[in-house]
Design a protein around this ligand. Structure first.
Ligand code: CAP
Ligand code: MG
Length: 435
């Protein structure tokens, strides 16, 4: 392989074990499409700006990437031989396909739209320990969506104030209390204190309601020793989950956590704060679909994927539904950029991950979300619970009533006629007619 153009090989037929990437490339005016496309394959695999002697080595050619398909508007597909990668090492895989290549002058912008993971690489990662079926089993909730609430204000409350909200939402009918993404172990709400206090409240709420209750406890930390200590504390107090800021804390952090949750028997709740730094711009970065699939490979049990209809954060409906499909899919699938028979993925044996819908939601939006996303989802209401006219406990009742109505196929306005808390929420926030 000499200069960049040599990496464009449109006669190449992808092999079953190749990793395939669907890129969208913005070619600079001064370059040619072929040169820029070749540069993407070269710089993300074996090449550099100048042809070097080693490009001719057989084993280099064997692990070099090839642009095997060129579409319209800068859409290309690149095949990476399996041996280019170290199986089970997500950092190395992304340092290739999502590394220097994003900063090259040979492209004006670049986005990874989709990745086709070969089965051999899929199987080299742990995947979820529980997934949808395992969480339903230990939460003892057979069918309906699980309800989650994050106390608000996000941070600043004392442990006592935080735990009081836990009591309110657990006894109001919610299943899961959740730490906010930026609440870990600050001095006003220390981690150990929060675990001890809230787990005592959880046990009381279970007795009070006769329902399983659990807590998405944010164990995010930069020190492995401290991360391990926090996970162990969660397990010692009988909690079932550990929450982690997967994008802010990084993939190796998630990999370490997954080993700890295997040891301590916890499920992982993945918050995706920071993802929008590279998923939001549709011309540059990497789509959320790939973040969600990477997180599934590394073994999260739940992941925030955005919401449909109204919400406070960006994310389009088609993409959210496609992500949901991809993190649940078991059998051989095609999707997004890969439609051909030799581009199929096989996720069989990798447990389905809970899609978490959140961000600006309230009881009036729940019916439509369940109608579009189904019932194998988690619905998170923060401000849409605690902002209820009568506060968190009644906000939780309203949220649970909205879910019950949706599961029974009854419109919220009808259901609200004999459910006061729901009526109060609809009066305050309105509601979206289920399409
Ligand atoms: C929601 C939330 C979640 C976002 C995450 C927040 O609070 O706690 O972190 O939903 O977004 O801090 O904004 P509200 P996404 O329920 O009060 O909006 O789920 O899209 O990753
Ligand atoms: Mg939050």
């Amino acid at each position: 392989m000499g200069n960049y153009e040599a990496f464009v090989k449109t006669k190449y037929k992808p092999k079953k074990d190749d990793l395939l990437v669907h890129f969208k490339v913005k070619v600079p005016r001064w370059s040619s499409a072929k040169r820029s496309y070749g540069a993407v394959a070269a710089e993300s695999s074996v090449g550099t700006w100048s042809p070097v002697k080693g490009n001719a080595y057989k084993h280099v050619q064997r692990v070099g990437a090839k642009v095997y398909s060129v579409g319209r508007n800068g859409s290309i597909k690149v095949a990476y031989p399996y041996d280019h990668f170290e199986a089970g090492n997500m950092g190395q895989i992304l340092a290739s396909i999502a590394g220097n290549v994003f900063g090259m002058k040979a492209v004006d912008a670049l986005r990874i739209e989709d990745i086709r993971w070969p089965r051999k690489l899929i199987k080299s990662f742990p995947g979820p320990k529980f997934g949808i079926p395992g969480v339903r089993k230990f939460m003892k909730v057979k069918k309906r969506p699980l309800l989650v609430s994050v106390p608000k204000p996000k941070v600043g409350m004392t442990t006592k104030e935080h735990a009081a909200i836990g009591w309110d939402i657990w006894t109001g009918g919610f299943d899961l209390l959740k730490d906010d993404e930026n609440l870990t172990g600050q001095k006003f709400n220390k981690f150990d204190q929060r675990v001890k206090t809230c787990m005592r409240v959880r046990d009381k709420a279970e007795k009070e309601t006769g329902e399983r209750k659990s807590y998405l406890l944010n164990v995010t930390h930069t020190s492995y020793k401290e991360l391990r200590r926090r996970v162990k504390l969660c397990a010692d107090y009988g909690n079932e989950f550990a929450m982690f800021d997967i994008c802010a804390a990084g993939w190796t952090g998630l990999g370490a956590l997954r080993e700890l949750t295997e040891e301590y028997g916890l499920a992982i709740h993945a918050h995706r704060a920071f993802h929008a730094a590279y998923t939001r711009n549709k011309n540059h970065g990497m789509s959320m679909l790939n973040v969600a699939e990477i997180a599934r490979l590394l073994g999260v049990d739940n992941i925030h994927i955005g919401t449909i209809g109204k919400g406070k954060l960006v994310g389009d409906e088609k993409e959210v539904l496609e992500i949901e499909d991809h993190i649940i899919a078991q059998k051989r699938i095609t999707g997004h950029g890969f439609k051909k028979i030799n581009e199929k993925e096989d996720w069989s044996g990798v447990k389905p991950v809970w899609p978490v819908s959140s961000g600006g939601l309230h009881p009036g939006l729940v019916g439509n979300i369940i109608k579009e996303m189904g019932t194998d989802i988690m619905v998170q209401l923060g401000g849409g619970c605690h902002g209820h006219p009568r506060g968190s406990h009644y906000g939780a009742k309203a949220g649970r009533q909205a879910v019950d109505a949706a599961v029974k196929g009854i419109s919220v306005d009808k259901y609200a006629k004999d459910h006061k808390e729901l009526a109060e929420a609809l009066k305050l926030w309105g509601h979206m007619k289920t399409r």
